[in-house]
Design a protein around this ligand. Structure first.
Ligand code: HEM
Length: 373
């Protein structure tokens, strides 16, 4: 049994409707099952006329939209989103082609308190499994990439709690190391997901076939990014562990854009912790006050737990940059930037920052100290 199996069923009884994964997957408020089963064939044939008719057919009356609960509204956005990305892939701005979709996208955004297009969560976690699974290409590598992202959602939800606890604790508290150890378990899901991706998704399939479906689309004069894995909010963990008080122009700009594509509670978490003191800074300060040769055991435990989380983050990023470099190499790439709007160079910077913080924490505990005279 994986961590996903343990955490995911618990989410289904949550008060937060966006965590009720099974209900969202089951919902088909637009009656889109049959039409979306034909989507891979329409995309294969680049049948823009059929895609346009399909989008027009699915657009619901605004009166119906206003009666939907959040769960139905999320499912409707998921299904319209598949057609938005498909039309754009074939060179058509979907809202220009089917203008009546605009007020619906805006109303769905308002009802769900999210951006007015589909996100990575619509495309993966909230996407049904089995014969109802929505896909652009129907290729098994697309299903594998969706599965990889699906694997991490419950862990990131759980990490939100443990990182929230971390932010309230000091390195001398026993809870500090405990919150970090739990966070480490959750972040391990990212490593498992990227290993699964490397084993099952070829960089050239991603770069040449799938990436074009994640282009941005224009909604009321603004470009909104596609449902790309880069929107997976690993920043939820970075924030309280090392990032909130360590500014970096490139990563900060990427985060400012990514946060908008996340869930309301996660955006609140970002706003709450943005100006806080990170675990790395708290630990550095505590270590600098210690002049004794031997560190108090609790402080040492906190340092080891913090280094472990940073090491797992680093492992994810080191493996992830490997597949990203291949997909964006000169030989295969169709685009200069990732679907999240940033180049591979950003991944290098974030990996370096993660590694620098891990080294800082590790070395701080290894540093020779003056013995208490
Ligand atoms: C073929 C597979 C993949 C490729 C080629 C790829 C490529 C990229 C690129 C180029 C970026 C930079 C930002 C941007 O897209 O604009 C990025 C960011 C990111 N990707 Fe991926 N990615 C892949 C799969 C995944 C998977 C499966 C996950 C998670 C389960 C993931 C999680 C992330 C995260 C969290 C970021 C933000 C930067 C960070 O936190 O290090 N990616 N990816």
């Amino acid at each position: 049994m994986t961590l996903y199996d343990l955490v995911a069923p618990g989410l289904d009884t949550c008060a937060e409707p966006r965590y009720r994964i099974t209900e969202i997957r089951d919902a088909d408020p637009l009656g889109a099952d049959a039409l979306l089963a034909a989507l891979p064939a329409m995309n294969r044939d680049a049948d823009v006329a059929a895609l346009t008719v399909a989008l027009r057919t699915l657009v619901p009356d605004l009166d119906r939209v206003s009666e939907w609960c959040v769960i139905e509204a999320l499912a409707a956005m998921r299904d319209l989103g598949m057609l938005l990305g498909s039309l754009k892939r074939h060179g058509v701005q979907p809202v220009a082609a089917v203008p009546e979709v605009l007020p619906v996208l805006e109303e769905l955004a308002r009802r769900t308190d999210m951006v007015p297009r589909d996100t990575v969560h619509h495309y993966t976690t909230w996407n049904p499994l089995g014969p109802r699974q929505r896909m652009y290409t129907g290729h098994e590598m697309e299903a594998h990439l969706q599965e990889a992202v699906r694997m991490v959602f419950p862990s990131l939800v759980a990490a939100l709690d443990t990182c929230g606890q971390l932010a309230r604790l000091e390195p001398y508290d026993p809870g500090f190391a405990l919150a970090l150890d739990r966070t480490a378990q959750h972040v391990q899901a990212m490593v498992d997901a990227i290993d699964f991706t490397i084993a099952n998704v070829s960089p050239s399939y991603f770069a040449r076939t799938l990436r074009p479906y994640f282009e941005e689309v224009d909604v009321a004069g603004r470009d909104y990014l596609g449902p790309a894995a880069a929107q997976v909010p690993l920043w939820l963990v970075d924030l309280t562990v090392w990032q909130c008080d360590r500014p970096h122009p490139g990563y900060d700009a990427f985060l400012d854009e990514s946060v908008e594509y996340s869930l309301p509670a996660w955006r609140d978490f970002h706003a709450t912790h943005k100006g806080g003191v990170s675990a790395v800074s708290k630990l550095s300060a505590a270590l600098s006050w210690e002049t004794v040769h031997q560190l108090p055991p609790q402080l040492l435990a906190s340092a080891h737990s913090l280094a472990r989380v940073l090491r797992i983050l680093k492992t994810f990023r080191a493996r992830h940059i490997g597949i990203a470099r291949k997909a964006y190499s000169d030989e295969v790439r169709l685009y200069d930037e990732g679907s999240g709007g940033a180049p591979v160079a950003l991944l290098r910077s974030v990996l370096d920052l993660t590694r620098d913080n891990e080294t800082l924490v590790r070395q701080a505990t290894e540093r020779p100290r003056p013995s208490a005279a």
